[in-house]
Design a protein around this ligand. Structure first.
Ligand code: HEC
Length: 275
């Protein structure tokens, strides 16, 4: 009998896979290897949530959540203290294909909480959520919230997975290699990585909430530059979709993004065609 917990967990998962993994499981993955998959109820029992009050930028309201410090969750999931993750990249993947690369050091900060339910709409032990936004999204089963100012911090909802993996290893064809570090395309890449890649792929690598912006055709090959910029700033003047507005991006930021798209249009790698 193999009683090693990790091996046991993996083989159990393998047996269950054909029946579909339960939608309320959260996965902790390191470099493509599953470290732990745990039921959300078990995760909750392992960390004993308390009530935290936050200024929620998604609800645009002051909210109270039943939540545990994210550092405790990461420690439980990966089996090492969160601050031991150092400067690693942690990808937070949601059920809808949103996959946000974040800095492990930022996630280990005090003030990051993983919420299990909305304290004001959960009367008893049964954790619930208030519908979010015009589409009435359910942010459960897990929602990352901060007791610190929201700006520049990620607030992903419907979290399904935490993966520790080097950004360049996971997304090698997104980086504008071969271009001078001082060029605007690099600045555009940094912006893209921070604000866009959670939803958009380049060369098949990235989130898939929105379209791939490089293959088969680059966005700069089929849309006028002025239109792309206007779209990024305020998509709802074109269509009522799922893309958020980016009013904070300066003209120079938008130029840098275009420079990045142009550079990548000359470095295409289409995983669907090369096979
Ligand atoms: C939360 C997810 C999300 C984020 C973040 C996001 N987008 Fe989008 N984007 C979408 C979706 C979904 C679409 C498809 C149309 C729609 O729903 O608006 C889209 C459409 C687009 C389009 C139009 C594509 C076309 O061919 O019509 C461009 C250009 C674009 N996004 C660029 C960006 C850039 C640049 C950023 C970062 C500054 C960004 N997006 C951030 C989800 C996102």
């Amino acid at each position: 009998m193999d009683r090693h917990p990790l091996r046991l967990g993996l083989s159990t998962l393998g047996l269950l896979a054909p029946l579909a993994v339960h939608a309320a499981d959260v996965r902790f993955v390191r470099d493509g290897t599953l470290v732990k998959a745990v039921d959300v109820a078990a995760l909750r029992a392992a960390c004993t949530p308390t009530t935290v009050t936050v200024d929620d930028p998604n609800y645009r309201a002051r909210k109270r959540y039943l939540a545990c410090p994210l550092a405790d969750i990461l420690h439980f999931g990966f089996g090492t203290p969160a601050d031991a993750l150092g400067s690693a990249d942690v990808f937070i993947r949601a059920w809808d294909g949103y996959d946000k690369p974040t800095d492990a050091a930022q996630l280990a900060e005090p003030g990051a909480y993983l919420a299990f339910g909305d304290a004001d709409v959960s009367p008893g032990a049964d954790l619930r959520w208030a519908p979010l936004g015009p589409r009435g999204i359910d942010p459960g089963p897990l929602y990352l919230v901060w007791t610190k100012p929201a700006r520049t911090r990620p607030w992903p909802w419907q979290i399904a997975e935490f993966e520790v993996v080097d950004f360049r290893k996971k997304y090698p064809h997104v980086v504008p290699t071969g271009i001078a570090r001082s060029a605007p395309a690099w600045q555009g890449f940094e912006l893209f990585r921070g604000e866009c890649i959670a939803c958009h792929a380049i060369n098949g690598e990235g989130g898939d909430v929105g379209p791939d912006l490089n293959v088969p055709r680059s966005i700069v090959e089929y849309r006028p530059v002025a239109q792309i910029k206007a779209y990024i700033r305020n998509p709802t003047t074109f269509r009522y979709g799922k893309m958020p507005a980016h009013p904070d991006l300066s003209d120079a930021d938008l130029d840098a993004l275009i420079a990045y798209f142009r550079a990548m249009s000359r470095a295409k790698h289409d995983p669907r065609r090369s096979r």
